[in-house]
Write a protein that binds this ligand. Structure first.
Ligand code: NAP
Length: 320
């Protein structure tokens, strides 16, 4: 039997506010939030998880995860999300589908309602960085995409470009070769940031071409994208490349607006924690990609979630 990955259904009434007896509110249903829920529920805490879009987080848009321990053949992000969901379903995780806009002390604003708990875990992850070039907004959804897994199949036998040189860009460039006839990677340096194994695979792939030391300057088209202006940073020369689709993978920004002023953030806006996932505010913990840390991976997100749940449990018990 397969489980559908849960996406946001119609809003429903939930137990809210001051009289709530919740122990823990977890904001974000990616691998960090779901793992935190798993550990907290097994500790018999009363948990509510708030998610605005889809369980599984950004990882669920990854076509193939090859570096999650214990899965030698790899597994899709969707499959991992489904398995995590099945695991928390068994423990009857309560989910509130909504947008958390603000966290203050131990209260969370969700779509205008206030929820309270003894502790809170922020696991809101990141969102794609935008190029900020002309044409990007205009052609979003009409040739400009931030998700190859979602949109790749629309580009069968087409010519696409990927912007970026990190793990995401190279993984998704490789994925796009399943459909597109040509995949060009535009990278601002002459060396990839991506893991060596991915770089080697991309360099060996005859469908993948590279524009090294180059940046995307302008996206053009009529109804949809039909060209990208590329600038060579070594010569300053600009040239127009005909293209059907542009996939942007130039990193990510933390979704931390909801805790601005509540917890300490680093310069980029990631939440600073100690190794127990404690933030600068008592009773508020953070886990996963939202945290200031050196390795953003599913395995580190899951580990963060487990630690955050355990720290929250101890915090709640000490307060009682
Ligand atoms: P990333 O590792 O930060 O790489 C971003 C890439 O975009 C870099 O190559 C960077 O160039 C380039 N870039 C940044 N700003 C740019 C701009 N304004 N114009 C042009 N290029 C720009 O981001 P990511 O690939 O999205 O990955 C995010 C995190 O998720 C990372 O920690 C990554 O390891 C993790 N991740 C892991 C996997 C995996 O392990 N399989 C898969 C996906 C993501 P420079 O190299 O010159 O800085």
């Amino acid at each position: 039997m397969t489980t559908q990955l849960k996406t946001r259904p119609k809003p429903k009434a939930v137990k809210t506010d001051k009289n709530s007896t919740l122990d823990l509110i977890i904001i974000g249903g990616g691998p960090a939030g779901l793992t935190a829920a798993l550990y907290a529920l097994r500790a018999r805490l009363k948990v509510l998880l708030v998610e605005k879009m889809i369980l599984g987080g950004a990882a669920s848009t990854t076509f193939q995860i090859e570096n999650y321990p214990g899965f030698p053949e790899g597994l899709s992000g969707l499959e991992l999300g489904k398995r995590l969901q099945e695991q928390v379903n068994k423990l009857n995780l309560e989910i509130l589908w909504g947008d958390s806009t603000r966290v203050k002390d131990r209260q969370v604003q969700v779509d205008g309602k206030t929820l309270s708990a003894k502790a809170i875990i922020i696991a809101t992850g990141t969102e794609s960085t935008k190029l900020g070039i002309p044409g990007e907004d205009k052609f979003r959804g009409r040739g400009v995409s931030y998700c190859a897994t979602c949109d790749g199949p629309f580009y069968k036998d087409k010519n696409v470009m990927v912007i970026g040189g990190g793990n995401a860009a190279i993984e998704e460039a490789l994925f796009l070769t399943r459909y597109a006839s040509k995949v060009s990677v535009v990278h601002r340096r002459d060396k990839l940031r991506a893991d060596k194994i991915l770089g080697e695979r991309a360099l060996a792939n005859e469908k993948i071409y590279f524009y090294w030391n180059s940046i995307a300057e302008k996206i053009g088209g009529q109804e949809k994208v039909d060209e990208l202006t590329v600038k060579d940073l070594l010569t300053d020369k600009k040239f127009k490349v005909p293209v059907d689709g542009i996939f942007v993978y130039i990193g990510s920004q933390p979704n931390s607006t909801l805790v601005k002023g509540l917890v300490k953030l680093d310069k980029q806006g990631f939440i600073i924690t100690d190794e127990d996932m404690k933030t600068s505010t008592q009773g508020v913990f953070a886990a996963g990609d939202i945290r200031a840390k050196s390795l953003r991976q599913i395995v580190t997100a899951a580990a963060d979630g487990a630690i955050a749940a355990e720290s929250a449990r101890k915090y709640i018990e000490e307060k009682q």
